[in-house]
Write a protein that binds this ligand. Structure first.
Ligand code: C5P
Length: 221
């Protein structure tokens, strides 16, 4: 087959968690390691793409040849994505974006009070991948879905609701794959088809997924 199926294409990814500040010293976040997104960025360069990686806070080094933009919050991640999205042929949303963020960021450290409870009001974050897929001149848009049950039903619902071209779903209830793991297995769905990518190291899986993305991209262009 073609060794560089992504040659000549610009590809942008999001990866890692987001951090939603509560006050100057605290935030809400999640356990995403960013490993899958970084593995995809590295593989995309090897397959010939020009790669921009918009990353939340992670403890990973930048794969060589990748243009990396570091962000913290979902709002910052969306701004960084939108800044450069018009040039992209392919967009892959790997980030574990916080669904909600504190409504206000306290100017000073929130103090402990005599009350045993503390209520923090949250507001919904922008859906970054849905925003990209809603663009008139949208890139080939790929989302991820982490599910614990009914993988295909939830994945296909996200595929159509967010207007994606492809979705890669993984079962996060299974041990030894997904969040923070070095291995992963994916069920990939698109409007007229699907393919299972079996348990493999994330860098190997990244190659398989990108080859599939290149196939589907050229099928629709
Ligand atoms: O709806 P759910 O969060 O499960 O969808 C996951 C997919 O949507 C992932 O591709 C994720 O990167 C993307 N997403 C996003 N912005 C959000 C929430 C999720 O881009 N605010």
């Amino acid at each position: 087959g073609n060794l560089k199926p992504l040659a000549g294409l610009k590809l942008m990814l999001t990866a890692g968690p987001t951090r939603e500040a509560l006050d100057p010293v605290r935030f809400l976040s999640n356990h995403s390691s960013g490993k899958m997104g970084f593995a995809l960025a590295e593989a995309a360069v090897q397959l010939g793409a020009s790669v921009t990686l918009v990353s939340g806070p992670v403890a990973l080094s930048t794969p060589s040849g990748v243009k990396r933009i570091d962000v913290e919050s979902a709002t910052q991640m969306q701004a960084a994505v939108m800044e450069d999205i018009d040039e992209q042929h392919i967009f892959i949303a790997c980030a574990a974006v916080a669904d909600y963020a504190p409504k206000v960021i306290a100017e000073h450290k929130i103090k402990k009070t005599s009350s045993d409870t503390l209520i923090i009001e949250l507001v919904k974050n922008p859906d970054i991948v849905a925003g990209v897929a809603a663009l008139e001149n949208k890139p080939f848009t790929v989302g991820f879905a982490a599910e614990t049950q009914d993988l295909e039903i939830y994945a296909r619902d996200k595929l159509s609701r967010k207007n994606l071209d492809m979705i890669a779903a993984n079962n996060v209830a299974l041990a030894g794959q997904g969040f923070n793991s070095d291995n992963n297995a994916l069920s990939v769905f698109w409007p007229n088809g699907q393919q299972a990518l079996t348990l493999a190291p994330k860098h190997e899986l990244a190659h398989h997924l990108l080859t599939l993305i290149a196939d589907r991209y050229y099928d629709s262009h």
